[in-house]
Design a protein. Structure first.
Length: 49
């Protein structure tokens, strides 16, 4: 039961949600940057070819 309390603390439930939102946005940004900065060889080659 300790993991549950540590993973989802009731005292900072709102903070957790905000953190998850920021993480989600960051993940999307990272994905976009990754695709733009390092295009997948397989996909690019297939479409180019």
């Amino acid at each position: 039961m300790v993991e549950s309390k540590t993973f989802i603390p009731k005292s900072t439930d709102a903070d957790q949600k905000e953190v998850y939102r920021e993480l989600a946005l960051t993940q999307e940004d990272i994905s976009k940057i990754s695709r733009a900065g390092t295009p997948e060889s397989g996909v690019s080659s297939s479409k180019d070819d």
